[in-house]
Design a protein. Structure first.
Length: 229
């Protein structure tokens, strides 16, 4: 059963000591000698940065504060692995690459429960695909406005038909109630029959743009999910 909670409900999270080796870092690729006690977060940005600079404002949502977002996540004690994609990347190919990186960490001895894949918008859609590709029930996933609605519904509907049933893992979906591009992932979660799935509906009011900056309203529950037992 999918749980839906509002912004006013506080989400508790485990405290992870920043003194732990490898904590609080931002990397473009997984470490070759990973700290087995650390929590790893693979984060995928939205499509805007594929062909725009970070300082170029989106006319609807403003400047995409990608670097600030990565720092905010690292400040929560996570080893953040993220790269700026260039050009309109093909989701399937990129998910294959990311899945290989995740499995490399697992093969090196990192517990799958210490690995989270997250993404916003196009990155969120690829997060869903990663859940279907990895098929690891212990890996965690956070979908940030990645289940398309409106003009972006077509891709999501295709995934519901072709890939959703294969998803495995522990999934969290977060989106703003005023978002006109991304909405509930409930149908995908139901098709997958996930035993661990939650959805948080924010009431910030800035729609898709809520993820253009590292607001505590979504940074905190994402970090909590990544470090949950």
């Amino acid at each position: 059963m999918i749980k839906q909670i509002g912004l006013r409900i506080l989400v508790g999270f485990c405290v992870f000591h920043a003194a732990a080796a490898g904590a609080g870092e931002v990397m473009q690729a997984p470490p070759t000698a990973p700290d087995l006690s650390a929590y790893y977060l693979f984060h995928m940005h939205g499509s805007w940065l594929e062909d725009h600079s970070e300082n170029e404002p989106n006319r609807r949502y403003g400047v995409y504060k990608y670097d600030d977002t990565l720092k905010a996540l690292a400040d929560k004690g996570l080893v953040v692995i993220s790269e700026k994609r260039r050009g309109r990347v093909k989701p399937r190919k990129y998910v294959e690459k990311l899945s290989s990186q995740v499995n490399t960490l697992i093969d090196a001895g990192v517990s799958a429960s210490h690995i989270t894949v997250s993404g916003f918008s196009k990155g969120g859609a690829m997060t869903l695909q990663a859940g279907a590709a990895l098929q690891n029930s212990d890996v965690k996933f956070v979908v940030l406005s990645g289940c398309g609605i409106g003009d972006f519904a077509k891709g999501y509907r295709q995934f519901l038909k072709r890939g959703a049933a294969r998803m495995q893992g522990r999934f969290l979906s977060i989106y703003d109630s005023r978002d006109t591009d991304g909405g509930s992932c409930g149908e995908a979660f139901s098709k997958a029959g996930l035993s661990h799935a939650k959805e948080i509906v924010l009431e910030v009011g800035s729609g898709h743009g809520v993820f253009y900056q590292p607001l505590s309203e979504w940074i905190d529950p994402l970090a909590a999910w990544a470090k949950s037992p």
